[in-house]
Design a protein around this ligand. Sequence first.
Ligand code: ATP
Ligand code: MG
Length: 647
Amino acid sequence: MSQKIYKVPEDFAALAHLRNADYQRLYQESVRDPQGFWARMGRRIDWIQPYNKVKDTSFDERDFRIRWFYDGKLNVAANCLDRHLTKRGDKTAIIWEGDDPKLSERITYRELHERVCQCANALKSLGVKKGDRVTIYLPMIPEAAVAMLACARIGAIHSVVFGGFSADSLAGRIADCGSSVIITADEGIRGGKRIALKSNVDIALTAPGTDCVKHVLVVKRTGIRVPMYARDQWFDEVASTQSKDCPPETIDAEDPLFILYTSGSTGRPKGVLHTSGGYLVYASLTHELVFDVREDDVFWCTADVGWVTGHSYVVYGPLANGATTVMFEGVPNYPDAGRFWQSVDKHKVTIFYTAPTAIRALMREGEEPVKHWSRKSIRLLGSVGEPINPEAWEWYHRVVGDSRCPIVDTWWQTETGGILISPLPGAIDQKPGSATLPFFGVKPAIVDNEGQTLEGATEGNLILSDSWPGQMRTVFGDHARFIETYFKTFPGRYFTGDGAKRDEDGYYWITGRVDDVLNVAGHRLGTAEIESALVSHSKVAEAAAVGCPHDIKGTGIYVYVTLIAGEQPTEALRAELRDWVRKEIGPIATPDFIQWAPGLPKTRSGKIMRRILRKIAANEHDQLGDISTLADPAVVESLVRERMNRP
Ligand code: ATP
Ligand code: MG
């Protein structure tokens, strides 16, 4: 754990929504009196019928329920659009930055409202009703947000499937939720490469279980010729003839808003179901306070809308708050490693939120591509998706943020709907690698494997002992799996699946997935610690640590190391890295074997899939499990080949 503390800059705190004393006071209130606290916070959004009942939750299996604001009625799309029209009609809602740096577009709240109404009317004309499922399989283009909001407007449940997924993965997700309509595009473009979306849909629809689909709407993104079958229609042709007026449907707070499948780091993805009222209150409140958003901010979350981060912090949070949100179609290294910063300058981005995987990839390329651009508009940086190694944090702070911008390291999950542990940038001092303190209403605790709550500075399993409004309500179509996955391990509490440390200041440090914890000769070692030690070596870009069978210790430490661009793997370096980890952490953490890895297997959202690396280390290549969410299967093949050359 890094001992360094980065104080909240005084000039930042002076203008921030909340300072330290505010955080302390509000946090205390939020856990002492959740009913009162959330009754007040819930009013930040517009209700068609205001709620009187606020929180009704129990994680006890015999009496299980999660309901928030549950006698209220609202419309999520109206909250993201209609209510801004008088004051912010001409304000930019979405800045779209294309894959090609020459392409961008600005869409005002008024224009977005019209486009959403037309799309909603188009869906209605296809017979889509409240509660029906619509699969959205699009690139990062404005139509993705339009389609999501159109579903919300009529009470249909959207299921966004990342545009990089294969026909197979798409088919599974269509069949699982029984969508009647798919909204897709002819092709997508990312990093200059075309993705055959429509053709993937055509293949997916030959799979068993997909005959629920009655209509496919196709957005023209590249204009390439694609076969159009009886069920297919051009999105524009159907939408542009529709009325620009579509009265928002009245939706119960607990009616579903969307289904979203988790990243699949630990196994078969789960169809996480979120509802309307609590989700929107939570997404908008966390967006405003964690990112300290003000009226004139330009907020850029680089996540794809195929991930929960894209749902809560590209679309719903920012738009509910009337903010300007950036939607980026491309990738960080196209056409070159300066793309993020070039785009930051172009759109005067003030708040920038990305993932450690992107930061580490850019670190590999050195400082020049960053320094080439001014970045002076940025005032706040954020990170999400994995533990951020202190080394990567420091680089992000010093190089990208010119040592003047706070960093919010936000810990949360698809299941949690919004950020649960994070610094508030004007209130909480940061420590590199720590997600710091819980957000309002969030009650984290650390328990041992028997479920005993551990107090003070400690380490163990991270659980949440009470509900928050953005919590998922069920696994779609499989409530038993919901209870089984999250509430059985430690009865009466929500188990996150993550391990954590808590230090003397009460700060939380995510140590990695509990499934990935290494138990070496009786000592428990989190993956994050070993990996961060390796990443702090000047020649290492990225690392992954897993356990492997070991004759004497039971479990040995097997690490995969990616070197920074231009460095050569040698036996001398292998020995040096082994010593390095021993010195940084201690003899117990000394790696037993280091395998050079040109790349690491990651989910499409950029998370290292250690369960696959564990199988490779153990020489069990025939048991890799679900790899449908893998970004680049070739990486696995090359690691397996390399491994098979040794006993
Ligand atoms: P699956 O549940 O299917 O295995 P997944 O857990 O990768 O997939 P997500 O919901 O996208 O799916 O990821 C949530 C997880 O990401 C968290 O449980 C945690 O392990 C990790 N994570 C997210 N943000 C952070 C962060 N700031 N610090 C540490 N870990 C983080
Ligand atoms: Mg998970």
